[in-house]
Design a protein around this ligand. Structure first.
Ligand code: BTN
Length: 272
């Protein structure tokens, strides 16, 4: 994996970021902190006022990055792109189902445009390359009875992991962008590319739900038609992975018929 990481990092170039976003720049309010416990936690604890913009918080270092299922998200300063975006949906729209899948799809498209080969999606939130985890998505809904549903969309993407990086709990291993494409773009360009892909995709998602994005997700399903095991929250199901349903639920064909599984706290892995 990547070489040793530098000790210090230049301040993020927000002007370059705005330039890379071009006409989309005014849509976003982007902060980039040097240090943060978790960008998801920061936006959830103190959500910025709704001024019509999409609020984005990136951090060079995260001391308590959160992953799914109560796991820690390990990142190394300068070795990862870690950020969260507070997305507000149209008033009275229903709770966003399948949102993390839509976000994973946007990430996959960005990576493919960069020339990364063999990008695949693991339900509900992992982006894999050749079976190894490159990026993860953590969607957390803003609590409370809001008329405007809002979600904090957290993304962690490995850019250049240290040679001795150990990330437990990843059966397929981990990878980084430097390994998959050579010299990765700057973190500012990468963030701009992801936000530019997310923006129209989430507009589609908001209008139609996950349904219109489903085919594109299915094409990238890492376990399509393969035997899988789903476990957690009292669930233990073995069957053939049929991918995602219109609402983002996982479909598994079992001996007792097709089961629908909602994200919850379950984990999916290839059957041994
Ligand atoms: C996962 O794969 O389990 C999800 C990982 C999500 C990590 C990102 S890093 C930026 C944002 N802030 C967090 O604390 N977590 C997400």
């Amino acid at each position: 994996m990547g070489a040793a990481l530098p000790d210090s990092f230049p301040a993020p170039d927000l002007a370059a970021l705005a330039q890379a976003l071009g006409p989309l720049a005014p849509v976003f309010d982007i902060r980039w902190w040097e240090d943060c416990d978790s960008t998801n936690a920061a936006l959830l604890e103190a959500p910025p006022e709704d001024d019509g913009k999409v609020h984005v918080l990136a951090a060079t270092r995260q001391s308590a990055g959160r992953g799914r299922r109560g796991r820690q998200w390990l990142a190394w300063p300068g070795g990862s792109l870690t950020f969260s975006a507070l997305w507000r949906f149209a008033p009275a729209s229903s709770a966003p189902a399948g949102l993390s899948l839509a976000v994973g799809l946007a990430l996959a498209r960005v990576l493919e445009k960069l020339g990364v080969a063999a990008v695949a999606l693991k339900w509900p939130n992992d982006v894999l390359v050749h079976g190894a985890k490159l990026a993860g998505v953590l969607v957390e809904l803003l609590p409370g009875r809001r008329t405007t549903p809002a979600a904090v969309i957290g993304i962690g993407l490995n850019l250049r992991l240290p040679v001795d990086a150990v990330i437990p709990g990843q059966a397929g291993g981990v990878t980084d962008l430097a390994r998959e494409m050579g010299e990765p773009p700057t973190r500012e360009h990468l963030l701009a590319a992801i936000l530019a892909e997310l923006h129209p995709m989430l507009a589609t998602y908001e209008r139609t739900g996950f349904g219109l994005l489903r085919n594109a997700w299915q094409k990238r399903n890492a376990f399509a038609n393969l035997p899988v095991q789903v476990s957690g929250e009292g669930t233990n199901i073995a069957g053939i992975c049929l991918g995602a349903d219109e609402d983002g639920a996982l479909l598994v064909r079992t001996a007792a018929g097709v089961r629908r599984i909602f994200a919850g706290e379950v984990s999916l892995r290839p059957a041994s």
